[in-house]
Design a protein around this ligand. Structure first.
Ligand SMILES: [Ca+2]
Ligand SMILES: [Ca+2]
Length: 220
């Protein structure tokens, strides 16, 4: 009979409807994931090319590695020597340099939070402009990060919004890399060794676990 037939079909229809609702929900969840914030890619550096450039620039005696004397020009390396000089012979070869840069990529963290503190002659220095400028052999891959110290001399480094790659727009911070650090002040004259001829440098990488770098400057 049609009635009993209908009655028998009811649960089937309900079941089918439930199944359709379930499928729709799964689809919303999956689509939602796809439409969410884009996964941020790690720093993508042609590490062999960058290491080659570094050698051309800093291996002044052409022996294929950077000695302590040559490394004075790349202060980010001596500051983090154990991470670069992996065989412990006191110099950094092109291969070691590339290997360390490969490690940044494997750390899969595209942007890091870094705070610094600046003091001049033992006192916190407010209003200092701090710039982390990529080493020239990395400048095509990473951006300069900067900030101004607060009343306590502290600053958080960020890539200015207009220079931030699209995928980092909502992620202020600094990229993994090797930087020269330049510190200037609108009212105080700081020695050239802190800015135009900076001897300050830092490697930024997830495994460094540096929460706050201290720059203790002297006016003389
Ligand atoms: Ca050399
Ligand atoms: Ca070495």
């Amino acid at each position: 009979m049609p009635v009993s037939c209908n009655l028998e079909r009811m649960p089937l229809r309900t079941c089918r409807r439930s199944l359709l609702i379930c499928l729709a929900m799964v689809s919303i969840i999956v689509t939602g994931c796809n439409r969410g914030p884009k996964r941020i890619k790690p720093v993508n550096i042609d590490t062999r090319a960058a290491a080659k450039l570094a050698m051309e620039q800093y291996d002044t005696d052409g022996d294929g590695s950077l000695s302590a004397d040559e490394l004075k020009q790349v202060p980010a390396i001596p500051e983090s020597m154990d991470n670069f000089d992996q065989d412990g012979d006191g110099v950094v070869s092109s291969r070691e340099l590339a290997k360390r840069m490969d490690q940044w990529e494997k750390q899969l963290t595209p942007i890091l939070s870094l705070r610094c503190r600046v003091a001049l002659d033992g006192r916190p220095l407010p209003d200092a402009e701090v710039e982390f400028v990529p080493e020239s052999f990395l400048e095509q891959y990473i951006e300069t990060a900067k900030g101004t110290t607060d009343a306590t001399g502290a600053v958080r480094l960020e890539i200015p919004e207009q220079n931030r790659p699209p995928e980092l727009m909502t992620h202020p911070g600094i990229q993994a890399g090797m930087y020269k650090v330049r510190i200037t002040h609108p009212r105080k004259k700081l020695p050239a060794r802190y800015n135009t001829e900076s001897e300050l440098g830092q490697e930024v990488a997830k495994d460094r676990r540096v929460i706050e770098t201290k720059f203790e400057l002297t006016s003389r």
